[in-house]
Write a protein that binds this ligand. Structure first.
Ligand code: HEC
Length: 144
């Protein structure tokens, strides 16, 4: 009797676990902006593309008028390519990732030549995937 109870319990637990894993598996295939994309932008782009701030007594403005530290700003884009920084569903039309993939010598290659390491192809693919999936920021809003 004890054994049957234990078995039933084990079966119920196993079922519970498998249900949770299936729901997670659906999300698991999708790129999580805050966990996976934001760290890349922080590492390679935040030096020049965040809200105006004071640094060593000097005011630093976002380069090209482009801020990457808030969801709204990422969508808004910069001076030259407004509304084309991130075009949901269209990585090939999105300068955020196009700029990373350009050859070093191109004027719009980001980070600019000599100003930081290029983003790795794997990370570029990850950001492309995030854009293809609809460029969803989840709960992340960033700096106002
Ligand atoms: C060392 C400074 C620096 C870093 C780091 C940097 N950028 Fe830039 N970025 C610039 C400057 C300067 C411009 C203005 C255009 C120019 O002069 O090339 C610019 C412009 C841009 C533009 C065009 C904005 C517009 O609409 O005019 C995009 C897109 C961009 N950067 C994306 C990025 C991304 C993505 C990263 C990180 C991979 C990055 N940048 C890292 C300096 C930087």
């Amino acid at each position: 009797m004890k054994n049957t109870l234990a078995l039933t319990l084990a079966a119920v637990l196993a079922l519970g676990v498998s249900v949770t894993t299936t729901t997670r598996a659906q999300d698991a295939g999708k790129v999580d902006f805050e966990k996976q994309v934001l760290p890349i932008l922080k590492e390679s782009c935040f030096k020049c593309h965040v809200k105006e701030h004071e640094d060593n007594g000097k005011m630093k403005k976002p380069k090209g008028g482009l801020r990457l530290d808030s969801a709204a700003a990422i969508i808004k884009g910069g001076k030259e390519k407004p509304d084309e920084n991130v075009v949901a569903g269209k990585p090939d039309a999105s300068w955020l990732v196009k700029s990373m993939a350009l050859p070093d010598t191109d004027d719009l290659a980001m980070p600019p030549e000599g100003k930081g390491d290029r983003v790795t192809p794997a990370n570029i693919d990850l950001i492309k995937k995030w854009i293809t999936e609809g460029a969803n920021f989840g709960a992340w809003k960033g700096v106002e």
